[in-house]
Design a protein around this ligand. Sequence first.
Ligand code: ATP
Length: 280
Amino acid sequence: MMNKTPKPPDTPHRPTPAPDSARDSTPDPVPAVRATSLTVTRGPRQVLRDLDFTVPKGQITGLLGPSGCGKTTLMRSIVGTQAKVTGTLNVLGHPAGHPSLRSRIGYVTQAPSVYDDLTIRQNLDYFAAVLDPSRPHAARRADVDRALTDVDLTSHADALAGHLSGGQRGRVSLAVALLGTPDLLVLDEPTVGLDPVLRRDLWALFDRLAARGTTLLVSSHVMDEAERCHRLLLMRAGRLLADDTPEALRTRTATDTVEAAFLHLVDQATEATRDKEPHR
Ligand SMILES: Nc1ncnc2c1ncn2[C@@H]1O[C@H](COP(=O)(O)OP(=O)(O)OP(=O)(O)O)[C@@H](O)[C@H]1O
């Protein structure tokens, strides 16, 4: 079972695909992320094994796979917070973790990081000051207003963060990540626990950000969200099963949905592993 939450009854089978303008645009020759032979060890285990992939600029790339397959580890590697990373991992033209990337990447983890005893606006004011203390007050204020508008929380700006729903807290975290207008936005399962309307609104925001030129890497368990991405990285057990567009995946596997394509690729990979095992 891939989904953490049951599929909501009114979720369309295949949500609105990403806009053609973004899908058909020729990708920037320098990708936002390029990984070659990327391997990560956590504790005694290799949790990412020999990954090769690229994330094109200005598009939404979905990172999908079952719980524990290594999605968070891959995101942490890209934002530069993961230890024991080998191989090559370039992000926006620099090695992952390079100091110049700090202000260019927004990272939203699964646990929203907001101060409960501050209002939404106070949270954003605080993070804006930490992000760039030398930025003039008026410019910081404009950044906060823009981020509030982006996540549709302007009318709740004076509410205490501690009084918000889980989905609203997640949107505050996203607003914090948007304060510095990052070139790359890395979102770890941003739609978990959201109702269908909020999920739709959040995906509409991702589309708007991509249309502005932001690169998004979004992890999810929910395969119908995969259909909304320009590209997909499908993972299983620390390995990459596919790096392609949803359409190409469906065509290549002669299936109707990305979920069916994923299952087809899992079966293929299982068979290939079995064939390599010595016969007893
Ligand atoms: N601190 C750690 N030490 C050792 N192993 C870890 C650590 N954190 C995670 N792992 C292991 O690394 C593997 C990948 O974990 P990761 O959190 O990247 O998966 P995921 O795909 O993001 O899972 P989920 O969808 O449940 O968040 C898992 O097998 C997990 O048990």
